[in-house]
Design a protein around this ligand. Structure first.
Ligand SMILES: *Cc1c(COP(=O)(O)O)cnc(C)c1O
Length: 399
């Protein structure tokens, strides 16, 4: 079966929520994937910042296989060792005491956190324009993008949006009616938008002064993506110390096995009482064993440092073409602006040339490859980059 055959079967069997698939992938290794026609691509999307260890990493294969043979799932009426160990590890990486709730995705991690904030006795949330927090009704209520919201109104209420990166706007919006201030340390879906380095520190102060929780959505930016375990710990992004009350995680945490985590530090970890929240699958031994293997491998292979050095090289190679007008981000969470709105054409030209690229907006591209991306992978993009842009600009109609 070829990619076009699979494409037809896809559109006859699957709901059209994602638009037509770009191709049909059948295998992968490291930062490379192969489609049903046998064509290989260097994967600069990494399953949208999910495949931390790339494709087919032996440590993840082993952990999932061994855990599957031992115990895939039990209900949350029971504890399992990987679940407990993962919660302890995450609290350790955050450097804070607290409690963890495991879910299956980013939106569910945020849903849990949203409910947790209601347990403060306050209901209002202040979130940022351009932010993305997921597609369930609660997470969507926290997401500002009108195109996502409008078809599903009315959404759960009491959410105020302020301009991302503007600490004064936050200060003006937050008072003692606010349960939580919700921010991404770096906005991913917006195209890797980086706030001023004093923003999170000031947001923390604003939240503290009002008795509100500081809730950071690190679903995309967490787990080494920017070169530190969490983006809010990255001195390249944040000038000062930030200790969030709530952190949500998902994408990169288990390297592709579905998982989400809502971590609440200090007293916030005790806001839920038995019966307040639940999940059937969340935190099951398979997903948590996978996450432990990801954390172990990020440590043993030095992938935080790798994220930083590979990210710097990636930024440099992208900026080498003058049609790239801005390069943003840290580690392997990189966004660029093009001089013309040809990002979609660049993705298409990239695919023809053997690269998986991503365009979160008509002028922006986002690069979030596996942290195991090699120098050879980066060299391949460097060699092809200007040619990809030539093709894209011609297709876009530029002179
Ligand atoms: C992807 C994303 C989500 C939603 O995660 P899903 O697993 O798709 O539900 C939430 N917040 C941020 C910052 C994200 O990037």
């Amino acid at each position: 079966m070829t990619t076009s055959g699979w494409g037809e079967r896809y559109s006859d069997a699957l709901m059209n929520t994602f638009g037509p698939p770009k191709t049909t992938l059948v295998s992968g290794s490291g930062a490379r994937v192969t489609d049903a026609d046998g064509k290989e691509y260097v994967d600069f999307l990494g399953g949208i910042a999910v495949n931390t260890l790339g494709h087919g990493h032996p440590a993840l294969v082993r952990a999932v296989s061994e855990q599957a043979a031992r115990l895939v799932h039990v209900s949350n009426f029971f504890a399992t060792p990987p679940q407990i160990e993962l919660a302890e590890r995450l609290l350790g990486l955050l450097g804070a005491g607290g409690r963890v709730f495991f879910a299956n995705s980013g939106t569910e991690a945020n849903e849990a956190a949203f409910k947790l904030t209601r347990r403060t006795g306050r209901t209002r949330i202040v979130a940022a324009t351009g932010g993305f927090h997921g597609r369930t009704m609660g997470a969507l209520a926290l997401t500002s993008k009108e195109a996502y919201r409008t078809p599903f109104a009315p959404l759960p209420g009491d959410v105020t949006f302020v301009e991302y990166g503007d600490a004064a706007a936050l200060e003006a919006a937050v008072d003692e009616s606010v349960a939580a201030v919700l921010l991404e340390p770096v906005q991913g879906e917006a195209g890797v938008v980086v706030p001023p380095t004093d923003y999170l520190v000031r947001a923390q102060q604003v939240a503290r002064d009002a008795g509100a929780l500081l809730w950071l959505d690190e679903v995309q930016s967490g787990i080494g993506r920017t070169g530190t375990w969490f983006a809010h710990q990255n001195p390249a992004l944040v000038d000062g110390t930030v200790v969030p009350d709530v952190v949500t995680l998902a994408k990169g945490l288990a390297g592709g096995v579905p998982i989400g985590a809502c971590i609440a530090t200090g007293g916030s970890g005790k806001l839920f009482d038995p019966g307040n929240h639940g999940t059937t699958f969340g935190g099951n031994p398979l997903a948590t064993a996978a996450a432990l293997a990801v954390l172990d491998t990020v440590e043993s292979e030095g992938l935080l440092a790798r994220s930083t050095t590979a990210g710097a090289r990636l930024k440099e190679l992208l900026a080498a073409d003058a049609r790239v007008t801005e390069v943003r981000g840290a580690g392997l969470m990189v966004g660029i602006d093009l001089s013309q709105p040809y990002a979609a054409e660049t993705v298409a030209a990239g695919q023809d040339a053997g690269f998986v690229l991503n365009a979160p907006s008509p002028t922006r591209l986002r690069f979030v490859p596996p942290l195991v991306v090699t120098d050879a992978d980066l060299d391949a993009l460097a060699a092809a980059w200007s040619g990809i842009l030539d093709t894209a600009y011609t297709a876009g109609g530029a002179a």
